[in-house]
Structures are given as C-alpha cells and as structure tokens.
Design a protein around this ligand. Sequence first.
Ligand code: BGC
Length: 380
Amino acid sequence: MKIGKRFASFLLAGLMIFTMSACSNDGEKTSEQPKEDSKVESQTEGKPNSAGPMEIKKVGIAMPTKDLQRWSQDGENLKKKLEEKGIQTELQFANNDIGTQISQLENMITNGCNLLVVASIDGSALTNVLDTAKASGVTVIAYDRLIMNSDAVSYYATFDNTKVGKMQGQYIADALDLEHKDGPFNLEIVTGPTDDNNVVFFYGGAMEVLKPYMDAGKVVVPSGQVSRQECATPEWSNQKAQERMENILSSFYNDGKKLDAVLCSNDATAHGAVSALAENYTGTWPVITGQDCEITNVKSIIEGKQAMSVFKDTRALASAVVDMVTALSEGKEVPVNDTKTYDNGTGIIPSFLVEPVAATKDNYKELLVDSGYYTEADLK
Ligand code: BGC
C-alpha cells in the first residue's frame, strides 16, 4: 500500500537525520494542537511517529508568484510562523515560471533545506527535482496545490477544494433560486488552468451543484463552452479571463441576451469577467463568484459587482503546515484529516484540509475585518 511505502521511505529519511539531542518522543500530546482557526479536526494529531524526531535544518518555501496577493501572504505568513518557532527558512517566489521554480528548489536543496513546502506552478513538472530531494533525504509538503506524479511528496496541506467549488455553485443556485424557478438562466464558466490540479476540484465541486440544473434545462450556457478545458484560463491570468469573456459577450450576447451568472473559480478570473462586462454588457448585472478574498475583489463585493468570494484564511493554512513541521521535529504523528481524496498518481497523499468560508457583502466585515485579516482602511 502506498502510504506504507511512503512511510517506509520517510522512516529511512528520518533515521538518517535522527538526533539524540532533539526533544524526547514520549508520545504525549504537545501544547501544539491544531489551531482553532484551522477549523477541521485532525485525525492523527499527538500520536508518536516511529520515524523519530527530525532535525529541521532549514525549510525551503517555494511559492508560485508574488503577483497574486494570496501567494505573497501565504509565503510571508509561513515564513513568520516558522521563524517564530526558531526554524530557519528560505522563501522564494517563482514569477509563475516553471523553470524558475525548479531552479529555486534545486538551490534550496543545495543550500541545506531538508524540508520543502511547495506551492507548485505546474503540479506535474517537479518529478525530477523532487527525485533529487528524496535522494538527499529531504521531506516534501505540497502546499495548497497537489504535486502530481512524485513519490517524494509526504504530505499535503490545502483547503477543501471541492467545497470551494460547491460553495460557488451553490451561491449561484441560491441567487437564481434554481430550486423553484424554471429559467432558463444563462451561465458562463471561467475556471483556472488545466495544469493546476486544484481546478479539477473547484470545477468538479461547482458542477456537482450546477449540472443537475443544466441537465434539467434550467441553466444553459449560450457559448456552449462547458468542459474544464474549454473554460480554462491559462496561468489564472485576469487579462486572459477578460479576453475570453469579451469574445463570449461579442459572439453570444450581441443580441441583448441576458447573462444571469458567471461561475468564476477565483478572484483573478472574476476580476477579468467584471472588466469585460463593465465595457461590453449593458443588461442586468450577473451573479459573479470568486475565491481568495483579494482586496480588489472584496471592494468589488462591497460595490456589488462581484457577488461572493471564498475566504481561504492563509493564516490557518500556514498554521496547519507549522503543525506538520512541529510534529515532524518532535517525532509526533503528522496531523492529517484526509487519507482518501488526494491521489497524486503515485498513491494517496495524507492531507490536512482547512475549511473555506463563503464571503459576501453581508459577512465580509465579521470574516475579514473583525478577524484582523484586513483593516477597514485596506478595503476603502
Ligand atoms: C489556488 C487559488 C488561487 C489560484 C491562482 C489555486 O491553486 O488554490 O486560491 O486563486 O491558484 O493562484
């Protein structure tokens, strides 16, 4: 069984770096419990890990880009939280360039990082560099996006991505009252790139909710672009989302047809859709979804252009990773709460899923301002 194999290789790596001076592995619960804000209970936290304590020399944090607010926040949060624990870190952003990310990872390994936390750009492009990591006894945690086709990945920390998609789909279903109304309502779909494994779950979760209404004829997609591939946005680029939306509007809505909803998988694509609509559409404003609660998009929610976003608290995800790292260093079993969903092509990767929350005009203050994620001034 895959977890067995993975555990055996981790055991080997753990033995290689076992240090007698590390904290004792007495199997008792540590004070480091999963954080309240992680929301989802771990199934394994606190148990001893027979690989023994791992000496964490330095943690390499590889983030895809600084261009999107969320990844800057993710990277900085993680760095800060690990350093507060006295752990050295190296943080790199790869400008959404796969080659850059690969060489950053190579450098991290050369620079003595023996634990890598990686939010991949292309989940399938890291097999070789992570083979090198594994051969050097480096432990790998996939962050937010699953790294595919690599048996070097030990753990995965992410949000419940299917739930993200379901929340977006359900928001549209509720806003259009699809349960009670026949429509037909016009929908367009703008999702993320085909090389981001998360899109399988975002799109899949949303379709789980919306497909029955599409099959019943209550929801139609005038562009005919429905599959994940047809609705993809390369690099999650807001510019590319805008261009695709402009083409859809000029080709399929040039006769005054009403657009009722745009399922956008994240805030960057929602931003693109809003820009396209602002310039090329005069009908009743559609329901537009998003994800990440980027500042620009929260402002758009306040203005009533974007209807909702999904709040993924980067502080909670960083805490989940810090809990994983702490457990490894203390020889405790790594906290995970999902051991069946995320197969990266080499087997199931034990995962910790953090709960996402839907954010709207009605609850954004409580969710984002009262929790200290943003200040009022950030959203002005
Ligand atoms: C993340 C989203 C993000 C998107 C674009 C996805 O993998 O889960 O939160 O909006 O990438 O960076």
